[in-house]
Design a protein around this ligand. Sequence first.
Ligand code: F6P
Length: 366
Amino acid sequence: MEKKHKLLVLTGGGDCPGLNAVIRGITKRAKREKEWDVYGAIEAFNGVLNEPTEIVKLTRKRTAGIHVRGGTILNTTNKGNPLNYPTPQPDGTIKGTDRTDELIRKIKALGFDAVINIGGDGSQRISDALYKKGLNIIGVPKTIDNDLSATDMTFGFQTAVQIATDSFDKLVTTAESHHRVMIMEVMGRDAGWIALHTAIAGGAEVCLIPEIPYDIDKVVRRINLRYRNGRGFVNVVISEGAKPKGGHVTSSEGEKGSEHVRLGGVAYQLSHQLKVAGCKAEIRETVLGHVQRGGSPTAFDRVLATLFGVYAFELVLQGNFGKMVAYRNNTITSVTLAEAAKATSFVDSKSQIVSFARGLGISFGD
Ligand code: F6P
């Protein structure tokens, strides 16, 4: 019998609804090619680097029906970058070391012919570096933040916006009953996509995003407009990366070994600033947090993620490595990993969507 080809699949970085749909898409497509077996590394590249290795065969039984489930059956981590691997030192500190040569050696020694790495911007940079060192690798973009410029959309984003919009709708009714200002903080890191889409979908009066630093007096003015005769209510969406003009974003140090600072808490900061700036209305704050990343993906995200999975395997079959799957102009296509790793997609303050949002009366506080 001819020797079978082996494909390794992994999910890295923060989780996101739709990861399991990609895994299933890859596995179902690969099942149609008898000479391929698909495996999954547990907790991104840690499953390969750890001893003993943690690698499972992605059988039909393991992957059947998983497209409706949030999270990732392979688990994930944002503390396993092989280019800068968090390595404990004798003095208790953590130092980043480059373990890419060891990683590639191990993947090849385990008999893998190709790798599909599903992840965000950081994962695409890792994949690009591994490709340049000779690994047959394909990237698949994921993130609720929708901040990868090489693809028009990442899966997980629509689900996060839906979750945020459902929560926003609930805050509207209670804001109205109590004539309150409700501030809802959403995720997105340095990109305001989730906040902007939620503000339009929900009908917010104010939307504060990292790309447009806000002037607190202008936010108060917009709020006061709605409070004539002591009545009215206001719903604000603020992105976790938003900041006042000349100010800083609220963040705290990440866990040991994490490459990112932790964002979160701007809703409370804004609430305080509003009071100091003379806002008389009662204010309440909601920080949505990780619910935006949990649960079942929307139908759109399931479709996008599944098609990404199928296409990623097609690229493997073609031997077309060093590519990231992308969604562009309503088509599933690919770009080089080098291009994928290059630029972040931010909300352009001059774009059509921002100008239309302004046309709806949404204030960006500028
Ligand atoms: O990048 C996705 C994201 O959910 C961001 O929106 C958020 O800032 C971050 O991850 C949270 O990361 P963690 O899961 O490490 O708290």
